[in-house]
Design a protein around this ligand. Structure first.
Ligand code: KG4
Ligand code: ZN
Length: 363
């Protein structure tokens, strides 16, 4: 079937046309068209995403993205299902996508379904194996289970146990900030631009991860929960302790301008923070792999684009006889292809979500 998908939960406007075939045992996807229009420039002056600006940008970008996608009338006639993110996310932004989806469904008389953004991320592991140009297939999904799913994004840090393609249970999640949020906030403390994740990774590559002993939050805790607000604060106090402060975060109060911070020190702080942020993710995922004798780890969400995280999880999983599955880089951060994938899997599972924006939808 052909799925036209829309993603507007945060600061990316994503549209995609995906051909999906096969059952739950061997779902196959061909990405026919895909566009992601980022709003980074609109939010950058504020150092983070502003909900009403996000909505305004989505309303402006959706028709532009549709034109860029190059959907002909015939392409729309051949669509079997329209899938749109209905949550979690910023409600004004979600509504922009839902309204746009409804208009298209009405115009072309197509069935429409809501998709849980987190399920889109989670099932993006089905895009881990490219079998030719824009064709993705995992031939025997049954062989992957039991599996552990780790969703790491700007809004979520969630660990799940998956029995099969239908059944899953949440093991734990962050008790405060998400790991992506910590990357973004630390980037701000260090005077790096938004979004912070890729910037911190870039700067950290030249630093020593053992230079500063930042805390590894909740690493020894028996639960599968995470916590990132204390780590962010530890970085803030460390930077302040050196006599530096970044005016973007708070008044400099006569402190040295952060731009003067030596490059090697900046790299060491970024690398040490990154190591402290990633270690609990790897440790708890591996504890779950051992406890539930998992054969696979499904890594997803924007932070899954972090190369050190991919490497650490891959190596640690391999040691325990498990395999890491993660989508290619373009499908880690928000996009509509993963919403088509989530929509298709729920279609196969007989699940259809209502077309109502739900900011705090869970997985
Ligand atoms: O999934 P996503 O695009 O949006 C949400 O659903 O939140 O994730 C965005 C988050 C941001 O916090 C961003 O800084 C982080 O993913 N991120 C990264 C990297 N690329 C994106 N974090 C660490 N390393 C990266 N390379
Ligand atoms: Zn996301």
């Amino acid at each position: 079937m052909r799925i036209f998908a829309i993603e507007t939960s945060c600061d990316e406007t994503g549209l995609a046309l995906v051909a999906a075939t096969g059952g739950l045992a061997a779902p196959k996807f061909k990405v026919l068209k895909s566009v992601v229009n980022s709003q980074i420039a609109a939010h950058r002056p504020f150092g983070g995403v502003v909900p009403n600006i996000a909505k305004r940008e989505h309303l402006k970008n959706l028709p532009l993205a549709l034109a860029e996608l190059g959907m002909s009338e015939r392409d729309f006639t051949n669509v079997d299902l329209i899938a749109v993110t209905s949550g979690p996310g910023l409600e004004p932004a979600l509504w922009a996508g839902i309204t746009f989806a409804r208009e298209l469904a009405k115009k072309y008389k197509k069935p429409i379904t809501g998709v849980n953004h987190l399920e889109g991320h989670l099932y993006s592991f089905l895009l881990a194996k490219e079998t030719g140009s824009s064709n993705y297939q995992i031939p025997n999904t049954k062989s992957l289970f039991p599996a552990i799913g780790l969703i790491v994004s700007g809004g979520h840090t969630t660990l799940l146990r998956l029995k099969d393609m239908r059944t899953r249970k949440k093991l734990g999640e962050t008790r405060d900030d998400a790991v992506g949020e910590a990357f973004d906030k630390v980037a701000r403390i260090l005077g790096l631009p938004y979004p912070g994740g890729p910037e911190v990774e870039r700067v950290a590559a030249k630093g020593n991860p053992k230079a500063i002993a930042f805390p590894r939050p909740m690493i020894k805790d028996k639960s599968y929960d995470f916590s990132y607000s204390g780590l962010k604060t530890a970085v803030l106090y460390y930077v302040k302790g050196l006599g530096y402060s970044h005016s973007g975060l708070e008044s400099t109060g006569g402190r040295k301008n952060l731009n003067l911070i030596p490059k090697t020190l900046l790299a060491d702080i970024a690398a040490s923070f990154q190591a402290a942020a990633l270690e609990p993710l790897v440790a708890k995922t591996m504890r779950a792999v051992e406890e539930f004798s998992a054969r696979s780890v499904f890594l997803s969400g924007g932070v899954a684009a972090n190369k050190p995280l991919r490497k650490l999880l891959e190596t640690a999983a391999k040691k325990r006889g498990a395999k890491l599955y993660v989508a290619d880089f373009k499908h880690n951060t928000d996009n509509a292809v993963m919403i088509a994938v989530g929509g298709y899997i729920n279609f196969l599972r007989g699940k259809r979500l209502p077309l109502v924006a739900k900011g705090n939808m869970n997985v």
